[in-house]
Design a protein around this ligand. Structure first.
Ligand SMILES: *Cc1c(COP(=O)(O)O)cnc(C)c1O
Length: 373
């Protein structure tokens, strides 16, 4: 008997949240309003009292963070080639130049030695990404930023609920951007939020969020910067409020599932199969994804097809950004970032979502073992 399809990711929205969204839909106010305000207040508390603003995607949150940091034409921004392409696209979007630094072969996050080597007099910022929710060495990152006078725009899209040495990601550091896209650990269907440093930055972020508008009470409005249309709706904020009520349980459940993955693979799996398991971290990571790097003897496409035949969904996060046509046209080519290129061809994402059971984990692991045999 074939078993039901096991997706690699699936959101869980509880009935209380669905009822709260229905209330918003009936209320007569469905765009940005009291729910967005309540969500931002809740997020600010969650991030240790720092100012937080919400937006309608993680991508525009990153773009606005770069604008708030004053990044633009002539500036270089260093980031990782192994991320969702949004991470690098936003650098181009604000008119700056993306510079890549190769990744660490164990964590698959940006290698800070490579970052340091890539710094030039034009470097203005670094965008670190915490792939699958595993942070980089945050002490070293901020020491590097201080030494070279650089802004940090953290692409913490996957790291909601992650921490560094007991401190939650977002409660410290420079500008920290999160995504609430449907596959992230907590979702608003689409959305994002930015943790800022002070009232000036917050006001600027609000302007970029809505056409550059400043309101002068009943005197009307003025527009003094070029903003866009990036505000979150009360519908989305209501989903977010419902999700955050469960965030500790969500993170705990994912860590437990990850532990179960390691137990199911068992010791010796890497040696036997030639595949690479993720870093076994149960302290810092929120386990946004459980990713393995495939051995040479099977192609990713072949692996994905064989897993699909067993009714198991596999994700591909991510192909190396610098090898996309848009980036090749900007001068990047094969051979520039060899670790990212190897990992980018062979990394796959196994199923991981809050509603998953230990039995699902075992089914996924059995399938991987049989496909890699
Ligand atoms: C999801 C994600 C984004 C983009 O977020 P959206 O909400 O989809 O715009 C950016 N960077 C990383 C690392 C992500 O995982």
């Amino acid at each position: 008997m074939t078993q039901p399809f096991l997706p690699f990711s699936k959101p869980t929205i509880d009935e209380a949240t669905i009822a709260a969204v229905a209330d918003v839909l009936r209320s007569g106010w469905i765009t940005s309003g009291p729910k967005v305000q309540a969500f931002e207040t809740m997020l600010s508390e969650y991030f240790g009292g720092r100012p937080v603003r919400t937006f309608n995607s993680g991508t525009c949150t990153m773009e606005i963070a770069l604008r708030v940091a004053g990044i633009g034409p002539g500036d270089e921004v260093i980031t990782t080639p192994i991320s969702w392409v949004a991470t690098a696209n936003v650098i181009i979007e604000v008119g700056a130049t993306p510079v890549f630094a190769d990744i660490d072969p164990v964590t698959h996050n940006i290698d800070l030695d490579q970052v340091e080597a890539a710094i030039t007099p034009r470097t203005k910022a670094i965008i670190p990404v915490y792939l699958s929710g595993l942070p980089i060495d945050m002490d070293r990152l901020y020491a590097l930023a201080a030494k070279h006078n650089l802004r940090i725009v953290e692409d913490a899209a996957q790291a909601i609920g992650s921490s560094w040495k007991g401190k939650r990601i977002g409660t410290f550091g420079d500008l920290v951007s999160f995504s609430f896209q449907a596959n992230k650990n907590v979702t608003t269907s689409e959305g994002g939020c930015l943790v800022l440093n002070n009232a000036d930055e917050t006001r600027l972020a609000e302007k970029y969020r809505l056409q550059g508008v400043t309101r002068n009470g009943f005197d009307g409005i003025d527009v003094d910067v070029l903003g866009g249309k990036f505000n979150m709706t009360d519908i989305a904020a209501t989903i977010g409020l419902g999700q955050f009520a469960r965030i500790e349980a969500i993170t705990a459940k994912r860590r437990a599932l990850a532990k179960h993955y390691f137990a199911a693979f068992g010791t010796g799996f890497e040696a036997r199969s030639g595949a690479q398991l993720p870093v076994a971290d149960f302290e810092h990571s929120n386990w946004h994804m459980f990713q393995i790097v495939l051995p040479q003897r099977i192609t990713r496409a072949d692996f994905m097809e064989k897993m699909m035949a067993k009714n198991i969904g596999i994700g591909y996060h991510y192909p190396a950004i610098h090898l996309f046509t848009l980036y090749r046209e900007r001068g990047f080519k094969e051979g520039m970032f060899p670790i990212a290129e190897r990992v980018g061809r062979r990394i796959v994402t196994l199923p991981m979502f809050t509603a998953m059971t230990e039995n699902d984990v075992e089914r996924a692991v059995d399938a991987v073992k049989s496909v890699l045999q």
